[in-house]
Ligand binder design. Structure first.
Ligand code: SF4
Length: 584
């Protein structure tokens, strides 16, 4: 462990050269999200577009990764094909511990390979291999082959790969992480695609050292484990998992149905967490370094057409995918929802973006704005078979319509009309029609994600419309998440890893100065992330909230248009001030 310096591997795919950099800056950047911002400041090309070969694709972990439970996430940073601005996407799986056991705090990939390739990174080796035979292949098949290609790997091996959506440079392409996790949103998959990088294999093939005087570390570890395991605070994530939210949100009239034409359906129980657990749950899995195991792997049993044999499809289900290809598309058959999740994953598409985009296309069809000439199948809410085909068209950008839709719903609406009912809040919405605060938070949030702040949760508990209180909540919550995202903790553990506990954990590993400086570091990281967003084109005033959101009726009653507009203006101004803080 080096308390001050980061150890970063930089690989240039254009020259096939790799180097190890030892960089100062731990006190300010911490790791993860902060380290990504620091590395993008150094290697990012501010005046060039997202698809310039020199733009970096960055993966970073934090100082606690590998040492404490649930420090299991990797931050991926890049310039997004969705809006051409600096952004982040986070994923679990095995990549975080893979990087830790490869002896790296971060991996930076620049350049563009001439031919499709696989990059393998370990503690003692870096290799770029030809992978032309994998190009065009879906994520499940390519994963199977890559696992055989690197079968002699030991330790924490992680395989990150893209599907056809990333190869076709869709703004909705994800990076699949170890089959069941994803760097999902804002098009990270296409940043690999434009570099002709089909897959990255991280070999965590070394060991890590523990503190020479381990008593403080042991004490901190035991206390964290006790909170995680014995307190019961994580049980809900293991038991039903996030799908448990579905019925509650439906009861609160906050579950988007059929392109958010409604926020409640009396038959929500058909796709509830209980229904999936009772009939379709195969097993629970966990990210490396996590004792919780919230990954719910479902299954569908299918019969081959030609003979009487059966095969099983497996896919991870969570609340967000169930909303996106379930309620949002009016689908109430769990088997259809699971098949759609599996197909979308297989094609390397972000399931939230794809489901919400297809919901818009369905309503546009109903209104006669587009027809089968564009969609190639008859899209209709509830008809899963048409959506299963449409997912392939969307991933491949089969015609002009799907090419535009793959760049974002509003891009298609610009050409065909229908922007007023596009469910886009900075990017395709997450599954929370809780009200004005969530609509504002996702529209302007750093990742346009429900994970930027807990606005959706705040709004389920606060009926009052208090602008100052709401803005303070957003800013404070983002600040605490900057800290967690720099460690990099799973956000499900945010009640375990309060600031005091993080300081104790850092100190036990010898990061004494860091532990004493967390407030300043978090403020600096928040400011530097926003500074990069603004430098790469972010403008809060240019983001519009489509009319559909002003019509939502939630448990609080109809959305208040004036309050929503005021919130958006106030939050945009606040973010602008945050970005300027660092300049002074
Ligand atoms: S709680 Fe779930 S997402 Fe979080 S680290 Fe554990 S398995 Fe991964």
């Amino acid at each position: 462990m080096n308390a001050r310096r980061f150890r970063v591997m930089k690989v240039d795919l254009s020259t096939s050269k790799a180097s190890i950099l030892k960089l100062e800056g731990r006190e300010q950047a911490l790791g993860g999200s902060g380290l990504c911002a620091m590395l993008f400041e150094r290697f990012g090309l501010i005046d060039e577009s997202w698809d310039h070969p020199g733009q970096p694709l960055i993966f970073a972990i934090g100082p606690l990764t590998g040492y404490f439970p649930l420090m299991s996430k990797t931050v991926c940073a890049f310039r997004s094909p969705y809006h051409n601005q600096y952004t982040e996407s986070h994923a679990g799986g095995r990549s975080a511990l893979g990087l830790r056991f490869a002896g790296l705090d971060a991996l930076v990939i620049t350049g563009r390979s001439e031919r499709p390739c696989i990059l393998t990174v370990g503690s003692r080796n870096v290799e770029i291999r030809d992978a032309h035979f994998l190009w065009g292949m879906d994520v499940i098949r390519s994963g199977r082959i890559i696992r055989r290609m690197v079968e002699r790997a030991h330790g924490h091996r992680s395989i990150l790969r893209i599907g056809p959506a990333g190869e076709n440079l869709s703004a909705m392409a994800c990076i699949n992480a170890d089959t069941y996790r994803h760097f999902g949103r804002l098009g990270a998959g296409s940043v690999m695609g434009v570099k002709k990088l089909k897959a990255i294999v991280i070999m965590g093939d070394s060991s890590i050292s523990l503190p020479e005087e381990p008593s403080a570390y042991k004490k901190a570890w035991k206390e964290v484990y006790r909170d995680v395991h014995d307190s019961g605070m994580m049980h809900k994530y293991h038991d039903l998992g996030t799908p448990a939210n579905l019925e509650r949100l439906n009861q609160l009239k906050s579950l988007p149905w059929r392109n958010l034409k409604e926020s409640f359906d009396p038959e929500a129980h058909r796709i509830s967490g209980e229904t999936f657990a009772a009939k379709h749950l195969l097993r629970n899995l966990a990210c490396s370094g996590c004792p919780v195991g919230c990954i719910h792997v479902g299954f569908v049993r299918e019969k081959f057409m030609e003979d009487s044999r059966y095969y099983y499809l497996q896919m991870a289900y969570d609340y967000e995918p169930i909303f996106a290809v379930g309620s949002m598309l009016g689908i109430k058959e769990p088997v259809s929802v699971l098949k759609l999740i599996e197909k979308t994953d297989r094609m390397g598409l972000d399931v939230i973006s794809a489901g919400v985009a297809l919901a818009w296309a369905t309503e546009a069809t109903e209104r006669g704005i587009i027809s089968r000439d564009q969609t190639m199948v008859d899209l209709s809410f509830g008809d899963a078979s048409a959506y299963l085909e449409a997912v392939t068209f969307l991933a491949q950008g089969t015609n002009r319509f799907y090419s535009l839709l793959a760049q974002g719903t509003l891009k298609a609406a610009e050409s065909y009309g229908g922007s007023e009912f596009a469910c886009v809040l900075g990017q395709e919405m997450a599954g929370y029609a809780t009200g004005e605060l969530f609509f504002t938070a996702q529209s302007l949030g750093f990742r346009h994600s429900h994970l930027d702040t807990a606005a959706y949760s705040y709004e389920q508990k606060h009926a009052e419309r208090d602008l100052d209180k709401a803005i303070s909540f957003l800013l404070d919550d983002e600040l605490s998440r900057c800290l967690l995202n720099s460690m990099v903790a799973c956000l499900f553990s945010r009640k375990v890893y309060k600031k005091k506990r993080l300081a104790q954990c850092l100190e036990s590993l010898g990061y004494v100065e860091l532990a004493q400086n967390l407030d300043d570091a978090a403020s600096g990281i928040r400011a530097s992330r926003w500074k990069l967003r603004f430098k790469t084109g972010f403008d809060p005033e240019s983001i519009t909230i489509p009319r559909r959101f002003f019509k939502v009726v939630s448990w609080k009653g109809p959305a208040d248009a004036d309050y929503l507009s005021s919130l958006k203006k106030a939050y945009g101004d606040a973010i602008r001030r945050v970005a300027q803080e660092e300049k002074t």
